[in-house]
Design a binder for this molecule. Structure first.
Ligand SMILES: Nc1ncnc2c1ncn2[C@@H]1O[C@H](COP(=O)(O)OP(=O)(O)OP(=O)(O)O)[C@@H](O)[C@H]1O
Ligand SMILES: [Mg+2]
Length: 334
């Protein structure tokens, strides 16, 4: 549905987007993740036909941005990162105004405005001034506005930024509903755990370059590079460390005295096991992508028990999209 081929944007000498290749399928919810200045807004504005690429191509539904903008505009809805103008009207006037801009008239307009008010839970604010709405409500109104013409593709630039936790949850629910309606959604954000729940694919961008593009699970899997497991056993610590050091994928085993759990008034040593590469199985993600045999982390307790050790602690470093993002943007992976 959306494809970019070597998409590049320069502002003067500065390269804001560097040969970006994206492929987003119909019905995907694509999370576009990157730190400040990464190029998210630039990419979304190009897709929204508001900026011209310096080189490369962007296509939406087979139409080329920059050449077929008139055909593209009716099928996209762009939610910018700020509310914009026309805020001195009441909500229903505001929506009627934009519906008129999309040539929706008469009875149909009343119905469409009502439908988007229902969908975005703004009915009770229909006669309130746009200026008087909270930030969360204004964000929802921005979404309502782009739904008037029922676009297939939604381009949303940080719709959840600046929202309190409750408003974020409401925005997330709204996005899930839009996904269920079959819309193709591109959403940018710094708030990664939120994207993990509703996006099926993610792209991680830094300084104009795409570091990763693929499934959410795959992003997390990649980030498992260098994962750490902490183990404590009740005795024969040195032997346990030796056993662990022989497991496939282990790069380092270190015994940290006095850092483990308390047992019978004694503080046990904590054995830190560092893994190089992916650890399949620990999140149920299947075999490592490169085919190399690596220890399944969830089997470690059993391996120790089967070798006569008594386990006092087993902790796996929690990996979420936040961690994946940090690792990927630090250039630790790829
Ligand atoms: N009009 C412009 N002129 C010159 N440089 C620009 C312009 N717009 C953006 N840039 C630069 O391009 C880079 C990418 O900016 P962009 O706004 O796309 O980043 P972003 O990922 O959306 O960041 P943020 O998370 O802060 O919104 C930045 O270094 C920015 O300073
Ligand atoms: Mg931005």
């Amino acid at each position: 549905m959306i494809e970019t081929i070597n998409l590049t944007k320069k502002y003067g000498d500065f390269t804001a987007l560097d040969n970006l290749n994206l492929a987003i399928n119909q019905g995907d919810c694509f999370g576009f993740i990157g730190p400040n200045g990464a190029g998210k807004t630039t990419t979304i504005k190009i897709l929204a036909t508001l900026l011209k690429p310096s080189s490369g191509q962007a296509m939406i539904d087979g139409l080329t941005v920059g050449y077929q903008n008139r055909q593209i505009r009716p099928i996209i809805g762009y939610v910018p990162d700020f509310m914009g103008a026309y805020t001195d009207m009441v909500v229903v006037e505001y929506l009627e105004f934009f519906a008129a801009c999309y040539s929706i008239h008469g009875k149909k307009r009343k119905q469409v405005v009502q439908d988007v008010l229902d969908l975005t839970d703004l009915n009770y604010k229909a006669t309130a001034e746009v200026n008087s709405l909270s930030r969360g409500m204004q964000q929802r109104l921005s979404v309502a506005r782009v739904l008037l013409h029922d676009p297939k593709v939604l381009l949303m630039d940080e719709p959840a930024s600046g929202l309190d936790p409750r408003a974020r949850v409401e925005m997330r629910e709204l996005l899930k509903e839009l996904k269920r309606m079959g819309k193709t959604i591109v959403i940018s954000s710094h708030i990664l755990p939120e994207l993990a729940e509703m996006c099926n694919t993610v792209g991680i961008i830094e300084r104009g370059q795409l570091l990763f593009s693929g499934g959410v699970a795959e992003a997390v899997k990649r980030a498992k590079m260098g994962q750490v497991v902490q183990v404590a056993v009740t005795g024969r610590h040195q032997q346990a460390a030796e056993l662990l050091s022989k497991l496939p994928g282990v790069t380092r085993v270190q015994i940290n005295e006095g850092q483990g759990p308390q047992m019978g008034g004694v503080t046990l040593p904590l054995i830190q096991v560092n893994f190089d590469g992916m650890a399949p199985g620990s999140s149920g993600t299947g075999p490592a992508a490169n085919g190399a045999a690596r220890q399944d982390l969830s089997d470690i307790p059993n391996i120790l028990i089967n070798n006569g050790f008594r386990l006092a602690q087993f902790t796996e470093e929690a990996v979420n999209l936040e961690t994946a993002f940090m690792r990927l943007t630090k250039g630790l992976v790829q």
